[in-house]
Design a protein around this ligand. Sequence first.
Ligand code: ADP
Ligand code: MG
Ligand code: ZN
Length: 510
Amino acid sequence: MTDSTAAKGLTKVSFDEALTRYDPVIGLEVHVELGTNSKMFCSCSASFGADPNTHVCPVCLALPGAMPVINEVAVESIIRMGLALHCSIATWCRMARKNYFYPDMPKNFQISQYDEPICVDGWLDVVVPLDDGGSETVRVEIERVHLEEDTGKLTHAGGATGRIHGADYSLVDYNRAGIPLVEIVTKPVTGTRALAPAVAKAYVAELRDIMRDLGVSDVKMEEGSLRCDANVSLHRSGEPWGTRTETKNVNSLRSVERAVRSEVERQAAVLDGGGVIRQETRHFHEDTGTTTSGRSKEEAEDYRYFPEPDLVPIAPDPAWVEELRGTIPEQPSLRRARLADTWQISPLEMESLVNAGVLGIVESAVNDGVTPDAARKWWAGELLRQANERGVAPADLAVTSADIARVEQLISDGSLNDQLARQVFDGVANGEGGVDAVVEARGLGVVSDDGALISAIDDALAAQPDVAQKIRGGKVAAAGAIVGAVMKATGGRADAGKVRELILARVVEQ
Ligand code: ADP
Ligand code: MG
Ligand code: ZN
């Protein structure tokens, strides 16, 4: 790493110290690969993971004379994305040809948008968690959201690092070339100071959630369908902004935060040492958490943009745009805050529902009349486990809200306990019938007949006379062993609380 601070003899500057002298400005460029069936300008499949160069045709390979045709679903998707980000939608705009030569791009130009993006001037409020457990809402302004096509994928073989440097040869897969890509560019975000890395992370996380809820992309950072470039510059308070660097290869939310942080530290060290920041792209390395220099950044003129002559302009009908506006779901973080509030759960509990991927199904169970506590308990616990075990999504498990409500009713009137309820759900999920039918068929009712329980208790006490002695001597906690034995004897079909009461009464009687 030729340009690390140590190698240059610069003094390392901690993040906190950097902030005592400099203000960071950040800007984020996020690329989202759309989940359309076909590519941006041809009918090739846009699915991920096929054998290399099997999803290609004369259009996406740019054979002479092949003509592109724009994908309507991609246009619809980007308009919905722009609307979710509070952008204005152009009534007329064109695609532009961006000229550059690189082996991952068969055309030797990329069809993109330049001075006529389809969505402009939006904003997104992001909730940034603070160290003290609170949060701060920061508005990130959106410059533009535009449509373009993805490039192919290069694999550099033979070297130790998988990078082009040191590789013996490179392979190219054009399956990805021509997949619809949306670029979302923020305006410079200022005034966030120490929160800058967390703002960057929260912004990308919120975008990811929005795109997922819109259903326009599977937004997987690890597969590259959501990619982020982080621009960072530093300046002294009151002085003009500094030169920015653009860090690429940021492949996880955590890396977004780390990349901004490490770039602040690096730039502060350079500036402290009297150096200048070059406008360049940099690469983030997951292993070291630092960035290294890439190429010096082209200016727009280098790309010789001009309106794409092979495509007609895009002129979305305002009535259609209004119709699409009606399909935009509530912003994910606002929805979570609202539901957490009505269900009276903590942000942490909400986060665990989201991470488990069950928020939607819990919400629909609650809408169907299941109590929030029961819906959460079953969907984040046993039902999720059963869905995973069967390899199906929770929503595809054959257990309905009515089943959950019925199980809860049986638990509250003492006919079932949690352990039996799990078996009931297993039966329902297996298609053995509804809750009552499974209880009946599998004989899962709680044993409520005191006589049967007392005889099981007497057996257990007789089998463990030392324990019986302890209970008699006042060691009530020892009753646990007898409860366990009775539960075992009844196949879990007893109410443990009731068994405990009966044991204590029985010991006195004996
Ligand atoms: P490029 O095509 O060179 O990547 P873009 O306009 O697509 O340029 O994106 C530049 C990004 O950098 C935007 O998010 C913008 O807000 C941000 N930016 C611009 N100036 C600065 C600066 N001085 N410091 C940090 N970020 C900046
Ligand atoms: Mg850019
Ligand atoms: Zn094609």
